[in-house]
Ligand binder design. Structure first.
Ligand SMILES: [Zn+2]
Length: 599
């Protein structure tokens, strides 16, 4: 087939900077035409909006088409040709149609002779999207190349100006002060990102009129741009940097290294992570059907804390289960299943009655029906769209949604059918289960937590959490699920749960404890009662001041500042340690507040 190639970028800048630069369009399309065995007989290009028909390249292309020189016009995306008003579009289409020229994009062809083809091409577009993604990825190579060559692209920091004509950066004198300013606060005064942002806000808002925040400060401290280096991060590939200096430096490399060192230390200090062997299993809450995950809580100051199966913050579902209620039961279950068939029956359903089989058959039938429904719905979409019942965007969305659901039901049917088959042929038996679990035999004794985590998440990628048991789901073969029911022990911290439900009794309990120990600090009380110190504050805010308690309850920093101010009025010469002892505020906090509030 004889192909004419058409490239367009909407702005001159795009011609060099965008992922759809003229050069990369040309490269991709030439390659694609070759892969299809097409002969390239002409190439046309435009720089400018796709909304106007009066374009030099496009006009040349139409002349070319009218002379019967080509059979297909190949462009990277139809919108390269077609962001025209309807009149212009009709004209373009009719010219192509009259000359029996098709429009092609990598992945599919639209035959304009066929009225529905254009619409169908929209549907095909959905399927071809994956292919397009690949092309975009390839085009990213252009960006990598630019980066290596030291040519900038993307957003420019406010501290620099970018000269499009020369492709070089100069210092923006209006904003260049920001870098030495934050460098000083960070390296000398050891301020946090947030405090630095506050200091910046005292001077000025950002060039866009917004407030400075910790993220903006962080980016500036992390970026290599300010000592001259152009470095960009690429997905899957990591950082690529230019071989030559690109930005006029606003900080020295020594300062940058100093910043890195401080950041590393801060990061290290924070990063004390406790791992739980179930952390890679995907848990679902039966109560609300949302995700549950293993979280670590340091409620108790005496130990490393506890792990909970719980929802993320801000989720109203209150399901939260301390892992000591099931941890041991998992190892116990695996051991017992491996010990004997009789014991295994406690956890896994091995024997299937005639009724079970009937039920499964019914399930298969129901799933098949579901599947049919989705396919029918999918077939209905196109006519509805053609009738103008909804937009292209809605069509895409609906189509993708239906496809996902269809895929899900297909999988269900497959897995049920295979399990049914296995049961019928008596293969789903104790031996199969033990061979699956045998790798876990010496689970706790031989493996590190890391190894346990890997193994359990491989054996059981999913779990459903019910009130009294956890159903761990694995796959005996590609499609045959196995479910092991792990019992959840009754809550040994029943008190805690009662407290959750009844905050006033928690408040009273704290008050009671304070009456007995009026000289303990808030932190000590929290430790003794195994609650978080902040709960003491929260309950106070809700139910009122605690009585007969002489120590200070931690407030917000502002409140603490007030307390310290008052305390220093009475004890102007008190040492840091004495202040801490008297007020119950930790000395590090005092130091911070003194600095932040200028006491
Ligand atoms: Zn839930």
């Amino acid at each position: 087939m004889k192909a004419a190639l058409y490239y367009r970028v909407s702005t001159p800048g795009q011609a060099t900077e965008d992922k759809y630069s003229l050069r990369s369009q040309k490269e991709e399309l030439t390659k694609y035409a070759a892969s299809q065995g097409w002969t390239v007989v002409g190439e046309f290009q435009d720089v400018g909006s796709g909304g106007k028909l009066e374009k030099k390249g496009l006009n040349q292309l139409l002349d070319f088409v009218e002379k019967g020189n080509c059979e297909v016009v190949l462009c990277i995306e139809q919108d390269r040709l077609s962001r025209l008003d309807s009149l212009g579009w009709e004209f373009l289409k009719s010219t192509l149609r009259e000359n029996q020229v098709k429009i092609a994009e990598p992945g599919f062809i639209t035959d304009l002779d066929n009225e529905d083809d254009e619409f169908i091409s929209d549907l095909k577009n959905l399927i071809a999207r994956r292919e397009k993604k690949k092309i975009v990825l390839k085009m990213m190579r252009g960006k990598r190349q630019r980066t290596r060559e030291g040519k900038g692209w993307g957003k420019t920091f406010w501290e620099y100006n970018y000269d499009k004509a020369t492709g070089t950066y100069t210092i923006n004198e209006n904003w260049s002060w920001v870098i030495p300013f934050i460098d000083k606060l960070y390296t000398e005064k050891k301020y946090s990102y947030t405090t630095i942002a506050q200091e910046l806000n005292k001077i000025s808002r950002t060039p866009t009129g917004k407030e400075w925040n910790s993220a903006l400060v962080g980016i500036r401290l992390k970026s290599k741009a300010f000592h001259g280096v152009l470095e960009k991060n690429f997905k899957n590939e990591g950082a690529i940097s230019a071989d030559v200096p690109v930005y006029p430096p606003l900080r020295t490399i020594e300062t940058y290294e100093k910043i890195c060192k401080i950041r590393k230390e801060k990061f290290k200090r924070k990063k004390v992570v406790f791992h739980h062997f179930l952390r890679k299993v995907y848990f679902k809450c039966d109560e609300c059907q949302r995700k549950l995950s293993i979280v670590h809580s340091k409620n108790s100051y005496a130990t490393e804390g506890y792990f909970y199966l719980a929802h993320g913050r801000h989720i109203d579902c209150k399901v939260s289960i301390n892992s000591i209620r099931f941890d041991q039961n998992i190892t116990k279950a695996i051991k017992e299943i491996l010990k004997s068939e009789n014991m295994a029956k406690k956890y896994v359903k091995i024997d299937h009655t005639q009724k079970d089989l009937e039920d499964m058959k019914k399930q298969v039938k129901a799933e098949r029906n579901n599947l049919k429904k989705f396919s029918e719905k999918k077939d209905l979409l196109l006519p509805l769209y053609l009738d103008g019942k909804f937009s292209k965007e809605q069509l895409d969305k609906q189509y993708t949604m239906l496809e996902t659901q269809e895929e899900h039901h297909k999988k269900q049917v497959r897995s049920l059918e295979e399990k049914l088959h296995l049961i019928k042929s008596k293969m789903f038996n104790y031996d199969l289960i033990t061979s699956y679990l045998s790798v876990a035999e010496r689970f706790e004794s031989l493996l590190t937590v890391e190894e346990q985590t890997e193994m359990i998440s491989t054996l059981f990628p999913k779990g459903i959490v019910y009130e009294k048991e956890i159903l761990l789901e694995g796959f005996l073969s590609e499609d045959v699920p196995i479910e092991i029911a792990i019992p959840i022990d009754p809550d040994p911290f029943n008190v805690k749960n009662k407290w959750e439900r009844d905050p006033i009794s928690k408040y009273n309990k704290i008050q009671e404890y304070m009456n007995e120990h009026p000289h303990l600090t808030q932190k000590q009380i929290a430790e003794a009662l195994d609650i978080g110190p902040s709960s003491i504050v929260r309950l106070r805010n809700r139910f009122g001041e605690y009585k007969n308690y002489t120590k200070v309850i931690n407030h917000d920093p502002k409140g603490k500042a007030e307390i310290l101010k008052e305390y220093y009025l009475k004890n102007p010469d008190a040492s840091l340690r004495k202040t801490a002892r008297d007020t119950g505020i930790p000395s590090t906090t005092i130091r911070r507040i003194k600095r932040d509030y200028g006491l």
